[in-house]
Design a protein around this ligand. Structure first.
Ligand code: NAD
Length: 245
């Protein structure tokens, strides 16, 4: 399968699983992260028919998105897939959360999807084809449990941003969708939830276990496929039954 993919916040966790899957599918993959060294390191370890490269991309910077677009064009051609995966995940007490911290996390997480959809969405629209997947969260739907109000609010905003860009770009061959994962078996979950609480969290998940990041990667690959042209503006829930609608 050909195609040119850019993944943000991809140096580890969910982003790494997504890069591995897209690479295995034969895509060229630009692994981006605020941590350039980690992104480049992962790019060197990806296995697939396509090429991989790493780059620093701070998702709060429009210039960084423009630079990533220029880099991809120079190396491989027009981008066909963008996965807006980067986010700052933080726990915080809502009633004492400083306003500055609230707006900072809200701003970075939301601009992650907004700037990516603007810059890459325009390029894809001009080329007549594109697949954009925004990583939202269960927290954006139910208000969250372990994470803070800034994080949950930003993920709710991403769900809305997804719909607006989907409508804007639908007639240009570009789809824009989001995925809302519940808690997954990833380092961030083990870091933010103390071990004594993790068992209770798992017991509260109707299916009784954490999610598998590789299945999120499979879902991204499906939404990024040529055949996924009829899915846009959607949010696919992958939450073990924690939130039903
Ligand atoms: N892990 C879960 O269970 C879970 C659940 C729901 C949603 N999600 C979402 O999935 C995505 C990935 O989650 P994860 O568990 O891999 O998180 P993570 O914290 O392990 O990884 C996030 C990555 O983003 C990078 N990053 C942070 N700020 C950045 C910035 N300004 N610009 C670019 N990169 C930046 C970090 O360096 C890191 O590599 C996030 O959007 C998260 O909200 C995860």
């Amino acid at each position: 399968m050909s195609g040119i993919a850019v993944v943000t916040g991809a140096a580890g966790g969910m982003g790494e699983a997504i890069c591995r899957r897209l690479a295995a599918d034969g895509r060229h993959v630009l692994v981006t992260d605020i941590d350039a060294d980690a992104a480049t390191d992962l790019a060197g370890r990806l296995e697939g028919e396509g090429e991989a490269a790493g780059a620093r991309l701070d998702v709060s910077s429009r210039d960084d998105f423009e630079a990533a677009l220029a880099m991809v064009r120079e190396r491989w051609g027009e981008p066909t897939i963008l996965v807006n995966n980067a986010a700052i995940t933080q726990a915080a007490d809502l009633m004492t959360l400083p306003a500055q911290e609230f707006t900072s996390v809200l701003g970075i997480n939301t601009s992650s999807a907004f700037l990516g959809c603007q810059v890459f969405g325009q390029a894809m629209a001009d080329a007549g084809f594109g697949r954009i997947v925004n990583m939202a969260s269960l927290a954006g739907q139910n208000g969250g449990t372990a994470t803070g109000g800034h994080y949950a609010a930003s993920k709710g905003a991403i769900l809305t941003v997804t719909k607006i860009f989907a409508r804007e770009l639908a007639s240009k061959g570009v789809t824009v969708n989001s995925i809302s994962p519940g808690p997954h078996d990833l380092p961030i979950v083990h870091r933010t939830v103390p071990p004594e609480k993790l068992e209770a969290v798992m017991a509260g998940i109707p299916v009784g276990h954490l999610g598998d990041p590789e299945f999120i990667a499979d879902t991204v690959a499906l939404l990024a496929s040529d055949r996924a042209s009829f899915v846009t503006g959607a949010c696919w829930d992958i939450n073990g039954g924690l939130y039903l609608r």
